[in-house]
Design a protein around this ligand. Structure first.
Ligand code: FPP
Length: 249
């Protein structure tokens, strides 16, 4: 029996439908090796492919990856420009495999704020993989939760202003309808949020959506992350007792 098969058999049926990952530690991984920070991002891109395949194989339905935040523009120009080219490289290289795997690419975040070439690559990947039904690979790109919430409030206020919506009718569902994850429907909220690299914070990621997500952390840096550690983390999730504010029957 191959190692991965053995690991998978240790998992129970309770596979999280929506897994979100904060892929942290690329810079430190590179610096430890006296390499430029972008070398860590490059390696991180390969890990994205590995984990996408692994998640799809396990039966995950949505994999949301935090690839670039609205705050990442504050990084040095060289690094920002490298990070903006990564989706282009990734899609050029892997879209055929994603199509083969039945993976559908989507993006959460402000696509219009990306450089034109990145926008074009993203839109093409979304179009080329639109028939995929096995799993959604959702890149959070130029995404920030406070930005998303601000836009949600503006859009609801606008609907109230133009009398399309009554203030009394604003409820949690209306709010979810105006968030950028709305297209995921009942899978909008991650079951589990993973963060690599030993940092234990949320960094403006899916603040509304993770209200009841299980948070799982590992010290492993993202470029060292692999299927074995991924499965260990899913096992950790499976040990948790999710009550959603209720008590156990
Ligand atoms: C955080 O590590 C990582 C990022 C800001 C970028 C994440 C991007 C990838 C993993 C590649 C994405 C691939 C595609 C296809 C878009 P860090 O740089 O903050 O690490 P550090 O905390 O060690 O400095």
């Amino acid at each position: 029996m191959k190692m991965n098969q053995k690991l998978e058999t240790e998992l129970n049926e309770n596979i999280p439908k929506h897994v979100a990952i904060i892929m942290d530690g690329n810079g430190r991984w590179a610096q430890k090796r006296f390499m430029p920070r972008v070398a860590g991002h490059k390696r991180g891109m390969e890990v994205v492919k590995t984990i996408t395949k692994s998640a799809s194989k396990l039966g995950v339905k949505v994999l949301t990856l935090y690839a670039f935040s609205t705050e990442n523009w504050k990084r040095p120009q060289d690094e920002v420009s490298f990070l903006m080219k990564l989706p282009i490289t990734f899609f050029n290289k892997f879209v055929p495999e994603l199509i083969e795997e039945g993976v559908q690419v989507r993006v959460t975040g402000d696509i219009d704020g990306l450089p034109q070439a990145t926008q074009d690559a993203v839109r093409k990947a979304i179009e080329d993989t639109a028939q995929g039904t096995k799993m959604i690979l959702n890149f959070a790109l130029n995404y920030g939760s406070r930005d998303e919430i601000t836009k949600m409030v503006q859009s609801i206020a606008q609907a109230v202003n133009t009398k399309q919506l009554d203030v009394d009718k604003i409820d949690e569902q209306v709010i979810e309808n105006h968030l950028q994850t709305n297209f995921l429907g009942e899978l909008s909220n991650p079951d589990v949020l993973i963060r690599t690299s030993g940092e234990e914070r949320i960094s403006n990621f899916l603040l509304w959506q993770i209200a009841y997500s299980e948070l799982v952390f590992t010290d492993t840096l993202w470029p060292d992350f692999d299927e074995k550690i991924f499965i260990e983390m899913i096992k950790e999730y499976q040990k948790r007792d999710r009550r959603f504010g209720a008590i156990k029957k």
